[in-house]
Design a protein around this ligand. Structure first.
Ligand code: HEM
Length: 80
């Protein structure tokens, strides 16, 4: 975040809320008016999204393989 937020809500209710919980100002200063290089756009989030998908695949794969191992054991044990 680049210093204090300059966001001022238009409605009185918005100002009342913002003075108590400045979350809209935080989002505004982080995502709307945050100074960044002109070429750095939202396409640069794709690397992070890919990393998140890779971690999700690994975690769900571990869970699924544990369930599959349990199922194979159950099928084998019914003959014993
Ligand atoms: C599982 C696959 C991949 C993951 C998790 C991954 C992750 C990332 C991350 C986190 C960044 C930095 C943030 C960004 O620029 O988005 C990045 C940048 C980059 N990645 Fe990947 N990447 C993957 C595959 C690839 C592939 C297949 C290529 C090219 C064939 C590639 C080429 C690049 C390049 C050139 C950059 C630098 C972008 C720039 O700053 O100009 N990545 N990657």
């Amino acid at each position: 975040m680049s210093g204090h937020s300059t966001y001022v809500p238009k409605s009185a209710l918005g100002r009342w809320f913002e003075s108590r919980l400045p979350i809209i100002g935080f989002i505004h200063s982080s995502l709307v008016v945050f100074p960044n290089p002109r070429n750095l756009n939202y396409y640069w989030t794709f690397g992070g999204i890919l990393a998140f998908m890779l971690v999700s695949q690994i975690l769900t794969g571990v869970v699924l393989s544990m369930l599959a191992a349990w199922t194979v054991a159950a099928v084998l044990l019914q003959w014993v």
